[in-house]
Design a protein around this ligand. Structure first.
Ligand SMILES: [Zn+2]
Length: 182
């Protein structure tokens, strides 16, 4: 958990992935479009002017975009744990995956599948780790995102979880409580 958290927390400034695009045209020219008038935020995506991922979604921030469609964007993590480490986001600004609706959830994981399939054949991956973290304990970007981390036989990705035996009494209590909510 710690490792997953720190991997996620480390992505902080992901927005400036691939400073490939021409910064000259980006600097100082669009002052009239993104001044403090938040009112022109896209109502359908709830786009937030201070959110790096919203800016990537709208194209205001450059990113190494692998795939995008009406609902999602997949781009290379600026601080990859491994080659091909990708972040998939919904275009709509939601603070975490659990706040996404069914359509967005389906679209995001559809894109995870699409990009993973392409990465598998192009980078000859040996597998994937897919994860999402949220909540105040893990410092992370406040825009729902899923990490798609290609795995290679000799990679040094450490997503360790301290495991213990599931206790039957605890299992029964959790199952009863959760099933009661569903
Ligand atoms: Zn956002």
């Amino acid at each position: 958990m710690d490792d997953a958290g720190s991997a996620d927390g480390g992505e902080g400034g992901q927005a400036d992935t691939a400073a490939i695009t021409d910064t000259e045209t980006a600097t100082g020219t669009d002052t009239d479009t993104d001044t403090d008038t938040d009112t022109d935020a896209d109502a359908t995506t709830n786009s937030q002017p201070n959110c790096d991922f919203c800016q990537i979604s709208t194209g205001a921030e450059p990113a190494a975009i692998l795939y995008e469609d009406d609902q999602t964007v997949a781009f290379l993590d600026r601080r990859p744990a491994v080659r091909g480490h990708t972040v998939i986001i919904p275009r709509t600004h939601e603070e975490e995956v659990l706040l996404m609706d069914e359509t967005e959830t389906a679209a995001v994981f559809d894109t995870v599948h699409t990009v993973a399939t392409a990465l598998e054949s192009t980078l000859e991956t040996d597998g994937f780790s897919v994860f999402h973290t949220s909540g105040p304990l893990v410092g992370t970007v406040d825009h729902a995102h899923v990490h798609l981390v290609p795995r290679f036989e000799d990679d040094s990705v450490g997503l360790s979880l301290a495991r213990r035996e599931l206790e039957s009494a605890d299992a029964e209590a959790i199952v009863a409580a959760v099933r009661d909510k569903l």
